[in-house]
Design a protein around this ligand. Structure first.
Ligand SMILES: [Zn+2]
Length: 302
């Protein structure tokens, strides 16, 4: 009899522990939901106030980070409405925060060995023509360089700067400096309908309801990027140059870069379509990032 009571008590203990665990999980879910709502409200208010004070058509919306146990997912949103008569630069916003309102370090990068190839998957490639696929590939694989007069970017008179068309060329240049971690320089582009690959570029026929054209989300564990996902909205209606510039910018995020403080830079929160190429500043930022220099912004000296 006494033994039965003990067994019964033990079972009740187990059930109680189980219920406590369930309740804890529910509380955590509710807390997360509350944080999602308050974060979304804050972002909406901020976005509305910036819209009122600006006529800009390119808008960087936000970087958001979701802390789920040990995994942090960080993403950025960029919206570009490209029209040929848009000569003025477009102001955008950049924000790093997790759902609990803490600041999240944007220091994140791929931890790979020298022989590794990152697989880049272009999903729904069939929805755009071959020339648009070429634009996407150029933004990633090209090693071409351009020389631009610095007066265009107000960096000087009578001098010029070199820009890279594709990240491969830029990253190889970055790799010229010895870094603590291996800078990715090898990419294999595939076109698959499933979300395979290290970096997925999803071409969407849908228009983002807030008018954004691009979105990058990197899933990280600690400071190691596990996967980066880029979505290009309404991809079929973008110009080739526009698509290429968006992919170039988003791919920078996919590699771990944040935003540049130089207003004319490709990775600037304010993007000018005058020189939407990879600058010496971006190349330096990659070298610093993969050398373990903790930072959340790239400071350009030129
Ligand atoms: Zn961005």
């Amino acid at each position: 009899m006494e033994q039965e009571k003990i067994i019964d008590l033990e079972q009740q203990k187990i059930i109680f522990a189980h219920l406590t665990k369930i309740m804890k999980n529910k509380i955590e879910i509710l807390e997360n939901q509350r944080n999602v709502v308050s974060y979304a409200l804050a972002a909406k208010i901020a976005s509305e106030s910036s819209t009122k004070t600006s006529r800009n058509r390119i808008k960087l919306k936000t970087i958001y980070c979701i802390t789920a146990f040990a995994i942090i997912a960080c993403g950025s949103v960029i919206a570009i409405n490209l029209k040929s008569d848009d000569a003025e630069p477009f102001k955008t916003r950049y924000m790093v925060e997790n759902l609990r309102g803490d600041t999240v370090d944007t220091w994140k990068f791929w931890k790979i060995d020298a022989e590794s190839t990152l697989v880049v998957n272009i999903m729904n490639s069939g929805m755009v023509g071959e020339h648009k696929i070429k634009s996407i590939k150029d933004a990633i694989l090209s090693t071409d360089t351009l020389s631009m007069d610095d007066s265009i970017t107000h960096k000087g008179l009578g001098t010029s700067s070199t820009y890279f068309v594709g990240w491969k060329g830029a990253l190889e240049e970055s790799s010229a400096m010895k870094t603590k971690y291996v800078i990715p320089t090898k990419f294999k582009i595939i076109e698959s309908e499933s979300e395979v690959g290290n970096i997925v570029i999803k071409l969407s026929a849908l228009k983002d309801q807030d008018g954004y054209s691009g979105f990058t989300k990197s899933t990280v564990d600690g400071n190691e990027i596990l996967k980066s996902q880029i979505v290009i909205y309404d991809a079929g209606s973008l110009s080739d140059d526009g698509l290429e510039a968006i992919v170039r910018h988003e791919f920078g995020h996919a590699l771990g870069l944040g935003h540049s403080t130089a207003p004319e830079d490709l990775m600037a929160p304010t993007i000018s379509m005058q020189v939407p190429y990879i600058s010496e500043c971006d190349i330096g930022a990659v070298s610093q990032l993969y050398d373990g220099v903790t930072m959340d912004k790239t400071v350009c000296t030129k």
